[in-house]
Ligand binder design. Sequence first.
Ligand code: NAD
Ligand code: MG
Length: 396
Amino acid sequence: MKAVTVLGSTGSIGISTLDVISRHRDNYSIYALSANTQVDRMLSQCQKFLPEKVVMVDHDSADKLDKLLKNSEATSHIKVLSGAKALESIASSDKTDVVMAAIVGAAGLPSSLAAANAGKRILLANKESLVMSGDLFMQAVSDAGAVLLPVDSEHNAIFQSLPENYQSGHSSQGINKILLTASGGPFREFRYEQLIDVTPSQACAHPNWSMGQKISVDSASMMNKGLEVIEASWLFDVPASMIDVVIHPQSIIHSMVSYNDGSVIAQLGNPDMRTPIAYSLAWPERIESGVSQLDLISISQLNFEAPDKKRFPCLQLAYEAIEQGGNAVTTLNAANEIAVKAFLEEKIKFLDIPKVIEFCLEKMDNLELLNLDIVFESDQQARKLAKQFIIDNIKI
Ligand code: NAD
Ligand code: MG
């Protein structure tokens, strides 16, 4: 029996994780769950999974949940904690074997790192934490002997397509390129002028995947793919120049590895995050995930095209940030989080998102990421700069 902590259990990935676990209750138990403010959903998750602990980051939400749990004998033993620090304690507890890191954004870094430092099996959905801290995160994983398994569908596909001993270096493994597939998002066929007035609800209406709001906007701007290039570069220790983005609108091939002998190995499946979640939970075994089998005859066509970095400059900015190195990736991530939030609140337009990021990349001092203090300071500084740029330059 493996004990699991699900960080961000009320989100899209958290819900899918609990769905997979609910199919394997004899093999997995829930040690702890966490959320920010969603009390009702957390209450029903507690009733179903009876965790030992729950963290609601928001204090009022924690008080509310605690009262509701105390109302019933079945749930009155569940300990409710609050505040961001408590996330680190449930991620590193001796009582948990597996940590699903599914908080959105930089807010997930301290708890993902706590799981790494405690040597846990980490199922990493929270790509922002790896993007912003680069090798420091990978170093923490290797120092503590943690096992890091990618949940992001593309990285999970790459992981499945790489040789078992890929960590011994890509050249000796005959790897030529990583082909990272992208659906192209809801605006794939929009002309530049059509992008000027797109709304948050249009941006969040992804054609193939149902996801949280932040990653949906990132998919629409293609920053998601940019973050994923950086994520792949850290995870698989390959330079960004070896990672090509391929637009594949059907999202059936989740990514590929191309080898020097001309072979390309891919992982295919229906676009449903329960497949990579189940694979990372059970690896090296495979378990039932609830996802239906792929019907290639009814899909009939798989198409591919090149990404357009002119209409989607965020992708280019991500390549530039990783090329620049140091804290540029931290700046890129932080500025993007501020810009996406402002777009969702209708304070800036969709096409302002890359402008905010570009400004921050230009203005920030370039520092080497020598330690985590530099990561957190760069993150805070870039957020301030992005907010100021929006106030001074963008008025809608
Ligand atoms: P979501 O918005 O649906 O859920 C986010 C979760 O994080 C919620 O449980 C929320 O309560 C919690 N949360 C939000 N702010 C928080 C804070 N400040 N402190 C602590 N907890 C907080 O997001 P999602 O779509 O499930 O994405 C989660 C992560 O997984 C993201 O990093 C995303 O990029 C990644 N991811 C998601 C998908 C997907 O299909 N949804 C696919 C690949 C990767
Ligand atoms: Mg992805």
